[in-house]
Ligand binder design. Structure first.
Ligand code: KIV
Length: 291
């Protein structure tokens, strides 16, 4: 563990003190550096990478190798924030053994501090197995994008009393299985508040209201790198897509019009060296032409 790293007991203490936990996704070294400099507590190398980095429409196609590559870039950079490697679809669904060996890859090969996986039910024995192997697990219930098809799309979960009760039971089971925190995604505020009160471990909300012990947003969403319609819970704190597009357009214009590079962007050489070079250049050119 890197010195100064935020530990799981410190995270639990933040919940006890009522101190909000701030988590954001990160997928590369510059993102991790900027998030750490901004004082973010947890960096989730989310499988949302599938959509915001890798060009897929969902998270299902993301592979272990892609997640390990992305996680490495974040883990190498982050000092204090806890780095969570998000286990992709298919990496923990087959058996407890498969889940443990892939969780170990996240920690050993990619430098993740802990892992996250989605769901309760069959995921509970996966959580128990990974925790028994000495690796911390963050749970995730509510809208679990890897089960998008079964859930009928990206929809709010737990809107009926029966479904809300199920969510509460699932979150409690994840805590009992050993999760150190649980993400609540797209869950009505009163349900998330009740779960947060019932759990001794922190809840991290995304579209789950302000009562959660912490919040998470996708980096590209909060910075305005993704555009168009966004889920209700997304707040854009910047419009970086506009800024980037405008900077790239200015660059292209300047290259085409010869404004860039200007003198201050170019290297010179001593006059006497230039003179010798100019004289000898002709000889080199001749030799090449004559074969
Ligand atoms: O993959 C991800 O980024 C996530 C967050 C949205 C919680 O799971």
């Amino acid at each position: 563990m890197k010195p100064g790293k935020l530990t799981l007991p410190e995270l639990a203490a933040m919940k006890s003190r009522g101190e909000k936990i701030v988590m954001v996704t990160a997928y590369d070294a510059p993102g991790a550096r900027l998030a750490e400099e901004a004082g973010i507590d947890i960096l989730l190398v989310g499988d949302t990478a599938g959509m915001v980095v890798l060009g897929h429409e969902g998270t299902v196609p993301v592979t272990m190798d892609e997640m390990l590559f992305l996680t490495r870039t974040v883990a190498r950079t982050a000092e204090r924030p806890l780095v969570v490697g998000d286990m992709p679809f298919g990496s923990y669904h087959v058996s407890d053994e498969q889940a443990v060996s892939n969780a170990i890859r996240f920690v050993k090969e990619a430098g993740a501090d802990v892992v996250k996986l989605e769901g309760a039910g069959p995921s509970l024995s996966r959580v128990r197995a990974i925790v028994s192997a000495g690796i911390g697990v963050m749970g995730h219930v509510g809208l679990t994008p890897q089960s998008e098809t079964i859930l009928g799309g990206f929809k709010t979960q737990g809107r009926t009393a029966t479904k809300a009760r199920r969510l509460l039971a699932d979150a409690l089971s994840l805590e009992a299985a050993g999760c150190f925190a649980v993400v609540l995604e797209a869950v009505p505020e009163p349900v998330a508040a009740r779960i947060t009160e019932a759990l001794t471990v922190p809840t991290i909300g995304i579209g789950a209201g302000s009562a959660c012990d912490g919040q998470v947003l996708v980096y590209h969403d909060l910075l305005g790198l993704t555009e168009g319609r966004a889920p209700r819970f997304v707040k854009r704190y910047a419009s970086l897509a506009d800024e980037i597009r405008s900077a790239l357009k200015t660059y292209a214009d300047e290259v085409r019009t010869g404004v860039y590079p200007a003198e201050e962007h170019t290297y010179s050489m001593p006059d006497e060296e230039l003179e010798v070079f100019s004289r000898s250049a002709e000889g080199v050119e001749h030799a090449h032409r004559d074969g």
